[in-house]
Ligand binder design. Structure first.
Ligand code: ACO
Length: 327
């Protein structure tokens, strides 16, 4: 049986740091409030002339170099993003072009903060079916483009950056993606959205004045749904695969709020120190958070480790995916 294994991982964040202290200077907030309510201390911000294609291209170039892979070997690129350079065309094809992937095609996948999880599972199906051998899966965002820095409850959370993996075919039955549960509830669109600029609310003077081009969220409602969504999805994957907590060496969660992460661990009776966490440095980079975690924790991972990836985001979308680390 063919399985999809992760054979390389990398991440990219821009240099500019936006710290809580910087935010204190532009809005009515405090480092103390942001740290205690979210765990975030700083986030990264892309320059105005660069966006998701730039992040994705840097990620592909580094993955190829790190893994000694020729560009022609890559069959497909999926870029999980909700903040692509343009509404059309997608960013994935520009990334293929700019990084010289002459044999690959690409497409963007928008499942907001769950994007990387959805893209990884999608890519693994192409590999399991024998259709493709090597696929790059990216999660990359420029969320700062949609932040209203007059909205202190939302803008303090988000940052820019992302990461990616090479997913490839393996006939070794032990390693790779084992199972995933993906879920959706479209009624959630009311509580987390960017309305302006889409076909229902094209950018007009009115929509601009109504600030519809900014990300809106009902944070309190999402907070509770995110906790429940993540632990229920993990529980479902664990039951379906007869897994116990000891079989999961790491939980790799979407980084939305430190209190969400600790609550998910608590519900599962899972040790919090085994929950990957880099929210203090990068905040919520939407589809970027999970690969950024894998990148940062790569040195601590051992061949055969059981990793439970989980996310919750706009849509609503959520899920969990279990894999065994392959190197
Ligand atoms: N600084 C200081 N005070 C603040 C700030 C701030 N930055 N933001 C809010 N406050 C105040 C509020 O005005 C309120 O004051 P009041 O009691 O006088 O009215 C008080 O703090 C509490 O506000 P809450 O909104 O109740 O704060 P809460 O503890 O719920 O935290 C937060 C808000 C951080 C948004 C939290 O609800 C959260 O993390 N939600 C989940 C976000 C998320 O997961 N998003 C989904 C992913 S995004 C995607 O898919 C693209």
């Amino acid at each position: 049986m063919i399985k999809a294994i992760i054979s390389a991982v990398t991440g990219y964040v821009p240099e500019e740091v936006l710290s809580n202290q910087d935010l204190e200077r532009i809005m009515d907030t405090s480092n103390e409030w942001i740290t205690t309510r979210t765990g975030i201390k700083e986030r990264r911000i892309m320059p105005s002339d660069k966006a998701v294609t730039y992040i994705g291209t840097r990620i592909v170039q580094d993955l190829l170099k790190k893994s000694n892979t020729n560009p022609e070997e890559i069959d497909m690129v999926i870029c999980a993003t909700c903040s692509g350079d343009f509404i059309m065309p997608d960013s994935a094809n520009s990334i293929c072009y700019q990084s010289g992937l002459t044999e690959a095609f690409g497409f963007d996948l928008n499942a907001a903060c769950s994007g990387f999880l959805f893209a990884l599972h999608t890519a693994s199906q192409f590999i399991r079916s024998g259709t493709y051998q090597k696929v790059i899966v990216i999660g990359a965002e420029k969320m700062s483009a949609y932040m209203n820095y007059e909205d202190r409850t939302t803008s303090i959370l988000f940052g820019d950056g992302g990461g990616g993996v090479i997913l490839e075919a393996s006939t070794d039955s032990i390693y790779g993606i084992v199972d995933a549960v993906l879920k959706g509830d479209g009624s959630g669109y009311r509580y987390l959205n960017i309305r302006g600029g889409g076909s229902l609310h094209p950018l007009t003077e009115e929509s601009f004045a109504a600030k519809e081009h900014y990300l809106y969220q009902d944070g309190k409602r999402i907070f509770k749904r995110a906790i429940r969504g993540m632990y229920e999805a993990i529980d479902e994957v664990m039951k379906r695969n007869q897994l116990e907590n000891d079989d999961v060496d790491w939980i790799v969660p979407h980084q939305a709020n430190d209190r969400i992460l600790s609550s998910v661990a608590e519900h599962l009776n899972y040790p919090y120190e085994k929950v990957m966490n880099n929210i203090a440095k990068f905040g919520n980079t939407s589809a970027g958070t999970i690969p950024l975690c894998l990148w940062e924790y790569e040195d601590q991972l051992k061949k055969g480790d059981g990793l439970m990836l989980t996310a919750f985001g706009g849509g609503f979308t959520w899920g969990a995916l279990f894999l065994r680390w392959a190197y």
